[in-house]
Ligand binder design. Structure first.
Ligand code: HEM
Length: 451
């Protein structure tokens, strides 16, 4: 991947995202939001959106600005849009959380938080969609991982669409009993479009390419991968379009949601089949920590799929939806995100620092930028915390949930310290750290220099 342009603000996206994750874990361990309060309480809405927008969406946007050009082997449409997009998204998230806090009576200020949040988030995500969308459009015909991203971006559009509608109802801009009914009925569509469409399908697309690249596995377009794509895209289409139409026409949307869920589970099964193949076909014999931890994230996805199937069969899915959502958000998406960051941050740092002198001077290897012995325990604590929290949610053990969340908080802080060390090249012996012509990286920003 040498010769690839580095995305200037990707690390700033990662930094803000990690700060949001720490804040969310801190709040959960302090007993803020669900399960201490009800699932629909404003405090829970604050927590949920701190995680899904502040952490996961910013992480994914940052990663896509760097990796969509790699997936399509074409430069980003515009290098100028990622910073304003970050600014609008950040302000939009703050406005949305302020709106929820205002609902919970934390403060009095009577500002139009929800309309403001809607406008800022539409502009922020609009810039992301414009930049990535045109990059993908200019690179047609698309490879399979890139097609996953296209469907993921459609999921983002739907999520923001529903979210804005909800926000305008809560802000009193849209009113009446019909909008209240739509709000209740369409909430599952908003959640599926966000967690399943935007976050999961995009993560699948990026992981096909990145895992193959990091494990030196052959990148083939297999029938099963095409199947996973078609099933995943159909699941999203059935739930959003079919479910949306059923709700609008006042039909019962349950059977449509069930069909979409079955299609989604089949997509996960084929994706896992591919990932197992990728691990088996890898040329890198010794598996690095990031790939081992990606396996723990994939195991969480499988666990979530099995849990959904069991709870569905028992008619208990609605009752335990919080445990499933938690497992998807923290085990699968956040777990994969942290595991990938543990490779992406050293990799980008290595490219930035040593790229211009490769072949001219002796340089450290990418893996020399990290000390896996130190990071391993933090990742183990992280996944133990997540799985403990899911078990606690399933049996309604609130105190145990808070202890597990505290474990996740400590573990995340430990992982972040390792990422900062990689960025600062702290684990590279001082004598080898800066060969002549190499570059001292800055913490939150990648410098773009002519090679
Ligand atoms: C990845 C993106 C997103 C995901 C996964 C997501 C997920 C969720 C979830 C799980 C809930 C229900 C929470 C609960 O009942 O405690 C919810 C509700 C809500 N979301 Fe989002 N969300 C996303 C993006 C957005 C955006 C961009 C907006 C605003 C522009 C938004 C606005 C809302 C509002 C206003 C509600 C409350 C609806 C109600 O009162 O029932 N969401 N979202």
């Amino acid at each position: 991947m040498t010769g690839v342009t580095l995305s200037r603000w990707t690390l700033a996206y990662f930094a803000v995202a990690l700060a949001a994750l720490l804040a969310a874990e801190g709040l959960m361990s302090a007993g803020y939001g669900y399960p201490q309060t009800s699932i629909s309480a404003p405090a829970t809405l604050v927590l949920v959106h701190l995680v899904v927008l502040g952490w996961l969406s910013l992480l994914l946007c940052g990663a896509l600005f760097q990796f969509v050009p790699v997936l399509v082997a074409k430069p980003l449409y515009s290098m100028l849009l990622s910073l304003p997009a970050l600014g609008f998204l950040l302000l939009g998230i703050i406005a949305l959380l302020s709106g929820f806090l205002h609902l919970s009576g934390v403060f009095e200020a009577n500002l139009p938080f929800f309309p403001l949040a809607s406008g800022l988030l539409v502009i922020g995500f609009g810039l992301v969609l414009w930049d990535l969308g045109l990059t993908l459009w200019n690179a047609r015909p698309l490879t399979l991982p890139a097609r996953f991203i296209v469907v993921g971006l459609c999921g983002l559009t739907a999520t923001v669409g529903f979210g804005v509608m909800f926000a305008l109802v809560l802000g009193g801009v849209i009113g009446g009993p019909v909008s209240m009914r739509l709000l209740a009925d369409e909430l599952p569509l908003h959640i599926v479009a966000g967690l399943g469409g935007w976050l999961t399908l995009s993560a699948m697309g990026v992981s096909y390419r990145l895992l193959a690249m990091f494990m030196l596995a052959p990148e083939q377009e297999r029938t099963s991968s095409r199947g996973a794509f078609l099933l995943g895209a159909s699941a999203l289409g059935v739930i959003i379009l079919g479910g949306g139409a059923a709700i609008a026409l006042n039909y019962d949307s349950k059977s449509i949601l069930l069909l979409g869920t079955v299609l989604g589970l089949a997509a996960v099964a084929l994706y896992m089949y591919d990932i197992v193949h990728l691990y088996r076909a890898r040329k890198r014999r010794v598996i690095e920590l990031n790939s081992i931890m990606a396996m723990a994230a994939m195991a969480s996805l499988v666990l979530a799929a099995v849990l959904i199937a069991i709870l569905l069969a028992m008619g208990q899915l609605a009752h335990h939806a919080s445990a499933v959502v938690f497992l998807v958000a923290f085990g699968w998406l956040s777990g994969l995100g942290l595991a990938m960051l543990y490779k992406i941050v050293p990799f980008l740092t290595w490219l930035e620092c040593y790229g211009p002198i490769l072949g001219k001077e002796a340089t450290p290897r990418v893996q020399d930028l990290v000390e896996e012995r130190h990071a391993r325990k933090w990742f183990m604590f992280y996944f133990l915390g997540v799985w403990g929290a899911v078990a606690a949610l399933l049996v309604d053990a609130t105190a145990v949930f808070r202890i597990a969340a505290a474990l996740m908080l400590v573990a995340t802080a430990g992982i972040i310290i390792q990422l900062v060390r990689a960025r600062r090249l702290d684990d590279v012996p001082i004598s080898a750290r800066f060969p002549t012509g190499s570059y001292r990286p800055r913490l939150f920003m990648t410098s773009i220099r002519p090679d």
